[in-house]
Write a protein that binds this ligand. Structure first.
Ligand code: GLN
Length: 199
């Protein structure tokens, strides 16, 4: 299995490092040949508006979106979560997403509505101890369709906000496991979403 990390902008190197630590073959993806060659995709943290614009500029947008909608296992962290959302609240004018997950995400919920912060989360599919979650101008999920499973939430002012979700082959987290040195979310993606066996 070959995992591609979209390498147009953002923290793709950290994802490549986490995948290498998991013992998975991984490449930085920047062109159509690479997009066509991969068996799974990671959309990194960064700036969702910039990543979407660059994907358009380089002629990659429609092919990435088509592969995601055709069932390519895909994981998006933070900006990557926004790119996987069917609907964006607080989008820049004309901001596009690849879509795939039937949800509305609120951009910059952490960092505008509430401060960016770190927290320990329990997450469905990942055994204890809790996952250290770092939220940096991150989205949360405002609403979701019946086919979307919530894997983790944070409680703010008595209200629960989903921050890790899965719909079939698509996984998204508001936070950045790639910058914590804890590879359990990447392992969950590889083993449970991609159904690949790794060392
Ligand atoms: N605020 C960014 C966006 O809207 C996401 C931030 C991040 O990936 N840490 O794309």
């Amino acid at each position: 299995m070959l995992v591609g990390v979209l390498a147009l902008q953002g923290d793709f190197r950290e994802h490549l490092f986490a995948l290498a630590e998991c013992g998975v073959a991984a490449i930085a993806v920047k062109n159509l040949d690479e997009i066509n060659a991969i068996d799974a995709l990671i959309l990194p943290g960064g700036e969702s508006t910039t990543i979407a614009k660059l994907a358009r500029t380089f002629g990659l947008f429609d092919r990435i979106s088509a592969r995601i909608h055709d069932g390519l296992p895909t994981y998006g962290s933070c900006a990557g979560m926004i790119l996987l959302a069917d609907r964006i609240e607080g989008a820049m004018e004309g901001q596009e997403s690849f879509g795939g997950i039937d949800m509305t995400v609120r951009r910059n919920a952490f960092g505008r509505q509430v401060d960016s912060f770190e927290s320990d989360l329990s997450m469905v599919g990942i055994t204890a101890p809790p996952v250290r979650a770092i939220f940096i101008r991150a989205p949360w999920v405002d609403s979701l369709g019946a086919g979307v499973e919530v894997l983790a939430s944070v409680e703010i002012d008595g209200q629960l906000h989903p921050v890790a979700v899965r719909q079939g082959n698509l996984l998204a987290t508001s936070f950045h496991p790639e910058i914590t040195g804890d590879n359990r979310v990447h392992r969950y993606f590889i083993e449970s979403v991609c159904k690949a066996v790794v060392a």
